[in-house]
Design a protein around this ligand. Structure first.
Ligand code: GDP
Ligand code: MG
Length: 441
């Protein structure tokens, strides 16, 4: 369940990156202030936060003519120090945020603290936008300089540039995209009209003259709309007992137990309809029986229909985890009862459900023995290989909208596990049917 849209809090955006890439300057530029020059040595030593009301963002992005309805009241932006001695502050900052801007100096590419920031973001699964800053640096020492277009959207600014500037920009861009690839991430020059799901947007900026700032702001807001983790909530029927804010809970997730803490306990206001504006009431504690909504981090992959467990002071977490995952087994059995079948793997729980649903239809009727979410790794191939001895044609992985690691490909090859990949469900079916027919012949 996603939190109701008219009840969203302001998302938190963290500005991260290597020292001197222009993080503070970017914020200054958005705010129209000059914090950077007032800082000791120009280095940010504290986490500073700035609140941008939605009105402000709307104003700054209006030239892009994107008809974005801002559903959030504003954006809280946190500046972090890039210096290597501030790992703790960076980590705390990134821990709080819903979305991040990773600033990269266009002439320097990925630097040590860029990579460190990147790893923090990856670890927490935080969406981010790359600001490719210091556009003005391009060709500064050469014959053809950057033509300033204060605060212009980047497309407009680029149109003003000479061919050489454009070429130089392209060269740097390609290099930086390659460096991100080396870190296992797909990045691409931002295109507002395109939905970029697994690809991170790169927005060229100049924090000095403001080119690209409208694009950066708009992207941030757009991505926030996409981040559903913002307020993933679960609806729970509390039969008996008491739940408290801060309680440690365990719910069954598709990839294992989700251990998290209750951030908020919500109920509809008495006498109010669930879908009416601002209907939720916050509670420190709630006694059963009651229908409640819980917000807590990491709930995106919780499985509907499973039980929720509270970890008490004397409980053994391992035991609770095991009990919680017992539910997964029953969920799994609901998905498929036969022990023989192909393995399916998809990017999200939703797409996994869709794929399973499709495979179950009478016209298709492909039995499934195992499910997984996300990139196909060696362990998934190992799992599929179990079928080699039972029914060879089922030693197959149907991978829907996910990546496969090179190691997994190799192992599949070595073991004789078949792997079909597609972004369209029907294509998987066609490929698999083709394969079966071949086998029969
Ligand atoms: P931080 O350490 O990432 O916060 O970087 P600062 O904001 O302190 O900027 C470092 C230096 O780079 C300062 O001297 C800025 O004036 C300069 N700088 C920042 N952004 C830009 C930019 O877009 N273009 C150019 N030419 N210089 C920039
Ligand atoms: Mg700074």
């Amino acid at each position: 369940h996603k939190e109701s849209e008219d009840n969203l809090r302001s998302p938190i955006c963290c500005i991260m990156g290597h020292v001197d890439t222009g993080k503070t300057k970017l914020l200054d530029c958005i705010r129209g202030t000059n914090v950077q020059e007032g800082e000791a040595g120009g280095i940010t030593q504290q986490i500073g936060a700035t609140y941008f009301p939605a009105e402000n963002i709307r104003e700054r992005t209006k030239e892009l003519k994107a008809d974005v309805k801002l559903k959030v009241p504003g954006l809280l932006v946190i500046d972090t120090p890039g210096h290597e001695s501030f790992t703790n502050l960076r980590s705390r900052g990134s821990g709080l945020c819903d979305i991040a801007v990773l600033v990269v100096d266009i002439m320097h590419g990925l630097e040590p603290q860029t990579i460190e920031s990147l790893n923090l973001l990856k670890m927490r699964n935080t969406k981010f936008i790359v600001a490719l800053n210091k556009m003005r640096f391009i060709m500064v020492d050469r014959l053809y300089g950057w033509k300033t277009c204060c605060n212009a959207p980047i497309e407009k600014a680029m149109k003003q540039q000479s061919k050489d500037v454009k070429i130089q920009f392209e060269t740097q861009l390609v290099q930086i995209i390659t460096q991100f690839k080396e870190q296992g991430l797909n990045t691409e020059l931002n295109n507002m009209d395109k939905e970029m799901r697994e690809t991170y947007r790169i927005v060229p900026t100049s924090a000095i003259s403001g080119e690209g700032i409208p694009d950066l702001l708009l992207c941030t807001v757009l991505e926030v709309k996409v981040i559903e983790g913002l307020g993933t909530t679960i609806d729970v029927v509390l039969v008996n007992g008491v739940l408290h804010e801060g309680d440690q809970i365990v719910v069954c997730g598709i990839q294992g137990p989700i251990v998290t803490s209750i951030r908020a306990l919500l109920t509809p206001h008495p006498m109010n309809e669930l879908r009416v504006k601002g209907t939720y009431q916050n509670h420190r504690a709630i006694k059963g029986a009651q229908g409640i909504k819980i917000t807590a981090p990491c709930l995106e992959h919780a499985i509907a229909g499973a039980a929720l467990y509270v970890v008490g002071p004397h409980d053994d977490l391992e035991e609770v985890n095991e009990t919680a995952m017992g539910d997964m087994k029953s969920v799994l059995s609901r998905i498929d009862k036969s022990g023989e079948g192909v393995c399916v793997q998809a990017s999200t729980l939703g797409s996994l459900e869709a794929l399973l649903e499709f495979l179950k239809t009478p016209e298709v009727n492909i039995p499934v023995s195992g499910i997984s979410k996300g990139t196909v790794h060696k362990k998934d191939v190992m799992k599929a290989s179990v079928m080699l001895e039972k029914k060879k044609e089922f030693a197959t992985i149907l991978a829907f909208d996910v990546k496969v690691t090179p190691e997994a490909w190799k192992l599949a090859d070595d073991l004789g596990v078949k792997m079909f990949m597609a972004d369209i469900i029907y294509h998987l079916f066609d490929q698999f049917k083709g394969y079966i027919n071949n086998l029969k012949e």
